[in-house]
Design a protein around this ligand. Structure first.
Ligand SMILES: Cc1ncc(COP(=O)(O)O)c(C=O)c1O
Length: 403
């Protein structure tokens, strides 16, 4: 018995490091058992009436989040749980602890056998802190882009790391948010391209890049985009993505998790939902569900275009390019090549002369299996259906500001 209690205590101690509160709702008896509660609003081990529990939770909830919390935990909502085979519901709300609001991820899990619901509350405030930082840094970026000189200075400084960040590559290690500042060094591509073009007095009309998470494209277009934002030049920017993972062209501009594990902070971006995984016949990279927040905003504001292309068409362009140029391009880069060829062919038809710049991001020496498949006529295309995308959008987190 003593050993059992010790074990129970140990489990509780462990759970209490992860949760702010754990409750069990007994639906048949209209009562709630408080298993653990950091806020001390309920006596541990005590049963309270369901209605009273709901009221206390609502009282400590931020007024902006009350309606949504009530939709989730009201007596009617709780009683209706499980009737439509829904066994798990989640919501982020602000709850008061010691006079301060914390963002709490409230999760309800229904147990059909006992007609009970386990409610857990987890502190996810860090997601929102980073979201605020990113919003502020995005605003700073816009200011920085006012002059190229300032922009270059900023590139050289540490501060750029904060907003030139591509979240798809970020991780949490040892509880510390690690920023992999890859768009910062990808920016060198754009700066060098600009310097080379300026040297030979070439002004591009169209700049094309492939788009997975958006880092190479963001890096390539940054200096040119600065000119466009300041109204000095007018370039066409085209992001090219796979038709099997169409974040820009068919995604939603919404707050979403940056990783499938749902650990990293939320970011507003074009996304297919963090659960989205391209079909198995998708050969190359460019399989990330979302898109860099900065590029998403630029696309949303109409500064950039996006197209999606099927992989057999991409490999067709890749093979043509390899045969003519003697360079075997990466399947990812070949998305940009496909559209560069398409745009050049349009010029041929209309007789217009245009300068087209595209990013060749890598070689295809590690992708010979895919090349072989294409060459043997075994490569297929898959475009996700609207229903598949809708199912994935349904997993987008419910947070304030989400449309
Ligand atoms: C060669 C190559 N180019 C481009 C990309 C695209 O990634 P991002 O859009 O994040 O630059 C990838 C990643 O899949 C890649 O491997």
């Amino acid at each position: 018995m003593e050993n059992d209690l010790e074990l129970e205590d140990r489990i509780l101690t462990m759970l209490s490091t992860q949760y702010e509160g754990i409750y069990q709702i007994d639906i048949d008896n209209d009562s709630v058992l408080c298993i653990y509660n950091r806020g001390n609003k309920f006596k541990k081990d005590g049963n309270v009436e369901l209605e009273q529990w709901v009221q206390t939770m609502i009282d400590r909830c931020h007024y902006e989040d009350r309606g949504r919390l009530l939709d989730l935990i009201s007596v009617e909502a709780v009683k209706g749980f499980g009737s439509n085979d829904e066994f798990n519901k989640k919501l982020d709300v602000r709850l008061m602890y010691d006079g301060k609001y914390k963002w709490i991820l409230v999760t309800l899990m229904y147990d059909k056998t006992f007609n009970q619901i386990t409610v857990t509350g987890r502190d996810v405030s860090h997601r929102y802190e980073y979201d605020e930082i990113i919003k502020r840094k995005n605003a700073e970026l816009r200011k920085l882009l006012q002059t190229t000189e300032q922009y270059k200075d900023a590139l050289m400084s540490e501060s750029i790391v904060m907003y030139q960040v591509n979240f798809s590559k970020d991780t949490i290690e040892n509880g510390i948010y690690q920023r992999k500042n890859n768009k910062m060094y990808q920016s060198v591509i754009g700066l060098e391209t600009k310097a080379a073009l300026d040297k030979y007095n070439i002004v591009p009309d169209i700049i094309i890049g492939c788009a997975g998470g958006g880092s190479n494209l963001g890096g390539l277009i940054s200096p040119f985009m600065g000119e466009k934002l300041r109204g000095e030049k007018d370039y066409r920017f085209i992001a090219v993505e796979p038709a099997s993972c169409p974040s820009f062209t068919r995604g939603k501009f919404a707050y979403d998790f940056c990783d499938t594990g749902m650990v990293c902070p939320l970011a507003k971006m074009y996304t297919l939902g963090s659960n989205f995984i391209p079909s198995p016949n998708h050969a190359g990279g460019l399989r990330y569900h979302g898109m860099s927040s900065i590029l998403s905003q630029l696309y949303h504001d109409g500064y950039m275009e996006a197209v999606s292309v099927e992989q057999t068409k991409v490999f067709e362009a890749a093979e043509q390019f390899a045969r003519i140029e003697g360079i075997l391009p990466a399947p990812e880069s070949s998305h940009a090549i496909r559209v560069a060829i398409d745009e050049a062919m349009k010029c041929k038809e209309t007789g217009e002369a245009k300068t087209i710049v595209f990013g060749l991001t890598g070689t295809g020496y590690f992708d010979m299996v895919a090349y072989e498949k294409f060459h043997n006529g075994k490569m297929t295309d898959y475009i996700p259906t609207d229903a598949e995308l809708e199912a994935s959008f349904a997993t987008l987190p419910q947070v304030p500001g989400q449309d």
